[in-house]
Design a protein around this ligand. Structure first.
Ligand code: DAH
Length: 357
């Protein structure tokens, strides 16, 4: 039975299908095209349904051609799917690529803020450099000392009134010997001279930086824990002129050319003669201010010629050897150079203060 109204435009169905497949721009769009091409309401399916209206010969022929078209379109869909899929995977890879320079530029370009050495540590290192440049070596000594090293060998026998200048903290270590936190770096002089005598290695040209302790009430110029740098020269024919020259060279090296210093007669049990080393107050330039107790001068330390009694205590022959010694406060040197009104700022750990230096 031939039915005229059966519309079997198989070539049209194939052509349209091919265009739709080629026109799909994504695997998702292609899936929709696939449903449209092969689904229940598709032209192909509808065409199949009309086959019943054809005579057996035509039905067979039309069925064969429809199957051919379906197979061809299915192959085209598969090919297009792998084509689109590949492009989509490439695109996804491109999009997902972890570009470190884009993702963490902050971490890479500005690493966590880095601290720096404390101002007092910087001063200590710089002072060491200045003295090493003048031919000194650098040594260190213990912070806990016996009475012998801190006082007695330095010509301060028990009950010596000069001990009153050095009130300190005593340690009870259960030992018969008196042990205390050193009040100055001068005891290292004794260690170094004893060693040099023992090793027969005189002369000595050495500086000794280190922590010291005193029962001082903190104020603008005093801390109960502070730092000194001790100097000791023991050689043949050393004079007070060598001491004065060394201190002047040091003053200009640390504070800058033209900085004024002066030596004032003073008393220390372990030097004779003794002097106090002062520089113009850098805060008021000599006018007088709170920091310099309105004198215009700041005392940075003591110095003098090594007392023969000290040489005797360590067994050095004072007829053959002479020497000078000095001891400066490192904290105070840093305070003066950077014009810091109050030394307590060093210990307050205020980042706004510390980061300035
Ligand atoms: N040790 C003294 C003090 O802390 C400072 C000092 C003075 C050290 C004279 C010296 C010196 O070496 O010769 O007050």
């Amino acid at each position: 039975m031939v039915t005229d109204n059966v519309d079997l435009d198989i070539d049209g169905i194939a052509g349209e299908g091919e265009r739709a497949i080629a026109g799909a721009r994504s695997t998702e769009a292609l899936s929709r095209v696939e449903t449209e091409l092969f689904g229940k309401r598709s032209a192909l399916t509808r065409a199949h349904r009309t086959l019943g209206g054809l005579d057996p010969e035509a039905r067979k022929e039309a069925g064969r051609r429809l199957n051919e078209v379906r197979t061809r379109l299915e192959a085209q869909v598969a090919a297009r799917r792998s084509e689109l899929g590949e492009a989509e995977r490439a695109e996804a890879l491109r999009a997902d690529r972890l570009d470190l320079t884009e993702v963490i530029p902050d971490r890479v370009l500005s690493p966590p803020a880095r601290g720096h050495l404390h101002l007092v540590t910087q001063a200590r290192t710089e002072l060491e450099d200045v003295f090493v440049g003048m031919g000194f070596t650098v040594a260190e000594g213990p912070e806990a000392e016996s009475d012998w090293y801190n006082f007695e060998a330095l010509n301060m026998p028990p009950a010596h009134p000069a001990r009153g200048m050095y009130d300190t903290m005593y340690l009870d270590l259960g030992e018969p010997e008196t042990v205390l936190l050193r009040t100055h770096t001068s005891p290292v002089q004794i260690h170094l001279m004893e060693e040099a005598v023992h090793d027969d290695s005189l002369p000595i040209h050495v500086v000794v930086p280190g922590k010291c302790f005193r029962l001082d009430t903190p104020d603008a110029r005093h801390l109960p824990v502070f730092n000194q740098i001790e100097g000791l020269v023991v050689d043949r024919g050393i004079t007070f002129g060598d001491l004065a020259g060394t201190i002047q060279v040091f003053t200009e090296a640390y504070f800058g050319p033209g900085m004024q210093s002066r030596l004032r007669p003073a008393y220390f049990p372990f030097t004779e003669p003794s002097a106090e080393f002062e520089i113009t107050c850098t805060l008021c330039m000599g006018e007088g201010c709170r920091t310099c107790s309105h004198t215009g001068w700041i005392e940075l330390g003591g110095c003098g010629m090594v007392d023969p009694a000290v040489f005797a205590a360590v067994g050095i022959d004072a007829d053959e050897w002479s020497g000078f010694a000095f001891g400066f406060g490192i904290d105070r040197l840093a305070q003066m150079r950077h014009e810091i009104p109050d030394m307590r700022s060093f210990l307050e750990n205020d980042i706004r203060f510390l980061s300035q230096f």
